[in-house]
Ligand binder design. Structure first.
Ligand code: PEP
Length: 245
């Protein structure tokens, strides 16, 4: 049996807590769960309490990052236990923006994912190649190497998001076949790492997903949902994607 589809929203650094509250209330006024689809909102950590208090039942919240450490002298960091305390269920780790701008390595991403799991959060581990890697035809081995490093010491309660960097925020979406090529390869690696449990794990595609392309991408056999940035900010787009699934 295939896992439930996950529509995972990544607001990035957008919306204040006040705006998050209004967004959640607007969603609650119109949202009807789609059959077999889970919805989760990955918001700035400061918005999570407003979301947890106002989202409709069944919609989860998550963070966009989590500390690799449990507690202590790490000024500015937010721990997994703090996120759990405000209702988070997921934490995105290894988003390409953090790998690029904060220099996060696979080892750091793996430590964050393990820390999330240690406190009951499901990490959404992001991987994907830059354009030059794809142009060299090395996108499959590159992405699998990155994933292997990002899952070292990480257990099977994990979601993987394949996000080709050239498709994030650019309006250039991978074709459904491109998404399936990597999702299938990722599933193979998950089988190697986690055995039979791999078939229950969710592999998402991310990169310029919107209401008019989400259905064809998520219809691929190894694609179990989407991680969506730009089109996650407007409630109407989120409802459109939910309805399309
Ligand atoms: C993302 O931020 O993970 C993402 C996929 O962004 P966008 O949908 O805007 O390409």
């Amino acid at each position: 049996m295939s896992p439930r589809t996950l529509l995972a929203l990544n607001w990035k650094m957008n919306k204040t807590p006040t705006e998050a509250q209004a967004w959640a209330q607007d969603l609650a006024a119109a949202y009807a769960p789609a059959e077999g689809v889970d919805l989760a909102v990955m918001a700035p950590a400061i918005c999570l309490p407003a979301l947890a208090a106002n989202l409709p039942a069944g919609v989860s919240v998550g963070a966009q990052d989590v500390s690799a450490h449990a507690a202590g002298a790490y000024t500015g960091e937010i721990s997994a236990s703090m996120l759990v305390d405000v209702g988070a269920r997921y934490a995105v780790v290894g988003h390409s923006e953090r790998r690029d701008y904060q220099g996060e390595t696979d080892a750091v991403v793996a430590a964050k994912a393990a820390q999330a799991q240690a406190h009951g959060l499901t990490p959404i581990v992001c991987v994907g190649e830059k354009l030059e890697v794809r142009e060299r035809g090395e996108h499959v081995p590159f992405t699998l190497d990155q994933l292997r490093g990002s899952l070292r010491g990480v257990g099977p309660d994990v979601v993987v998001a394949y996000e080709p960097v050239w498709a994030i925020g650019t309006g250039k979406t991978a074709t459904a076949d491109d998404a399936e090529e990597l999702a299938g390869a990722i599933r193979g690696l998950l089988s190697e790492l986690y055995g039979d449990q791999a078939s229950n794990l969710r592999v998402l595609y991310g990169g310029s997903v919107k209401p008019d392309n989400i259905a064809s991408i998520c219809a691929q056999p190894n694609v179990d949902g989407a991680l969506v940035g730009g089109a996650s900010l407007k409630v109407a787009d989120v409802l459109g994607m939910n309805d399309a699934l």
